[in-house]
Design a binder for this molecule. Structure first.
Ligand code: CDM
Ligand code: ATP
Length: 292
C-alpha cells in the first residue's frame, strides 16, 4: 500500500458523458445495437472517494444519492470486485460515491462512476493495469463504461467498445436538462422503430461552436423518438432548450431523458441553465477539463 493509499486517495471525478449524436448503424445477432456516436464529457460530475479498510463498502452522498439507496448492485462495487478478481486481490476499502448526476438519465452517470472506481482502485491497490486493459474490463460492466475510462472526447462505435479520436473540439458551452423522470436504457432500445442510419461524416476538427453545431445538425439521435414515446416530457425539454438565447443545437443524449444544448461559451450556457424550470435537473458550463 502506498502512502497516498493509507491516507485515502483524492476523490476521482466521474464526469457526465454527452452523445452529441447517436446513430444506430446496425444490430448484432445477440440483439445489441451497433452505434456511431461522438461522445464528449461535461463539467457536471459525480465523484468517487477511497480510504483503506479491510472490507469493501460503499456509502452514498450527494443530492442524487438517495435514488440509489435501494440499488442492490451499484456499478462502483461491481467495478471494484471485477478489478480485484482480475488482479488476484481481495476487494477492500471504504468507497464513497458523491452522486450529483441523475440516475438512469442518458448521461452515463453509473458508467462514469464505474470507470472512476476502476481508475481510482487501479492506483490505490497498486494494480497498475494499462488503460487498454482497464477499457477491456470496463466493457464487461456496460457499453458506456469503456469511453468513460479516459473520460475524454471520443468517437464511439461497435456496441461502445470501439473508440477512436474525436474531431478537434472548439471551446463551447453545454446545458444539460432532465425532467426528473428516469428512463432505463433497455426500454428505449426496445421501443425503437425504423431502420439504420449511416455512420456520420465528420471533419478533422472545428474552430468554433457554431460550425460544430452546423455540422452536427445533419446528424441525429436515433433513440429520440422512442424516448419521447415513453417519456413525452423529453419533447418539452428539447423545446425549452431550443428557446434559450444563444442555443446553437439541442438534442437528446444517449437513451434520455437528459437533453443537451450547445452554446458558444460556458458563461452563456450557465445563464441558459438558470432560465429552465426549477423542477428539472439542470446544469450549465463547459466541457470537462476546459479552463472554465
Ligand atoms: C445509449 C448509450 O448510452 C449511448 O452512449 C449506450 O449505448 C448505453 O450504454 P449502457 O447504459 O452502458 O448500456 P448497457 O448497460 O451495456 O446495456 C443496457 C441495455 O441497452 C441495450 N443496448 C445497449 C448498448 C448497445 N450498444 N445496444 C443495446 O441494445 C441492451 O438492451 C442492453 O441490455
Ligand atoms: N453508481 C450508479 N449510478 C447510476 N446508476 C447506477 C449506479 N449503479 C447502478 N446503477 C443502475 O444502473 C441504471 C442506470 O443505467 P442506465 O444505463 O439506464 O442510465 P445512465 O447511467 O444514465 O446511462 P445511459 O447514458 O446509458 O442511459 C440505474 O437504473 C441504476 O439502478
Amino acid at each position: 500500500m502506498t502512502a497516498a493509499g493509507e491516507a485515502g486517495s483524492a476523490p476521482e471525478a466521474a464526469p457526465a458523458k454527452v452523445n452529441l449524436y447517436l446513430h444506430v448503424t446496425g444490430r448484432r445477432a445477440d440483439g445489441y445495437h451497433l452505434l456511431d456516436s461522438l461522445v464528449v464529457f461535461a463539467g457536471a460530475a459525480d465523484s468517487v472517494g477511497y480510504a483503506p479498510a479491510q472490507a469493501l463498502s460503499l456509502t452514498l452522498a450527494g443530492p442524487e444519492g438517495a435514488a440509489l439507496a435501494a440499488e442492490p448492485d451499484n456499478l462502483v462495487l461491481r467495478a471494484a470486485r471485477l478489478l480485484a478478481a482480475e488482479a488476484g486481490l481481495p476487494p477492500t476499502g471504504r468507497l464513497e460515491l458523491e452522486k450529483c448526476l441523475p440516475v438512469a438519465s442518458g448521461i452515463g452517470g453509473g458508467s462514469a462512476d464505474a470507470a472512476a472506481a476502476l481508475r481510482l482502485l487501479n492506483t490505490a491497490w497498486d494494480v497498475g493495469f494499462a488503460p487498454a486493459r482497464l477499457e477491456a474490463l470496463a466493457a464487461r460492466l456496460g457499453a458506456d463504461v469503456p469511453v468513460c475510462v479516459a473520460s475524454a472526447a471520443a468517437r464511439m462505435e461497435g456496441v461502445g467498445e470501439t473508440l477512436s479520436a474525436a474531431p478537434r473540439l472548439p471551446a463551447c458551452g453545454l446545458v444539460l436538462a432532465n425532467p426528473r423522470l428516469p428512463l432505463p436504457t433497455p426500454a428505449v432500445f426496445k421501443a425503437r422503430r425504423g431502420g439504420f442510419t449511416p455512420r456520420a461524416v465528420l471533419p478533422e476538427g472545428w474552430d468554433d461552436a457554431a460550425t460544430m453545431a452546423r455540422d452536427l445538425a445533419v446528424c441525429r439521435n436515433d433513440l429520440e423518438d422512442a424516448a419521447i414515446g415513453l417519456c413525452p416530457e423529453v419533447a418539452a425539454v428539447l423545446a425549452a432548450l431550443r428557446a434559450l438565447p444563444g442555443c446553437l443545437l439541442a438534442r437528446m443524449s444517449g437513451s434520455g431523458a437528459t437533453c443537451f444544448a450547445l452554446f458558444a461559451d460556458a458563461a452563456q450556457a450557465r445563464q441558459g441553465a438558470g432560465m429552465l424550470p426549477e423542477a428539472w435537473w439542470r446544469w450549465g458550463g463547459g466541457l470537462y477539463g476546459a479552463p472554465f
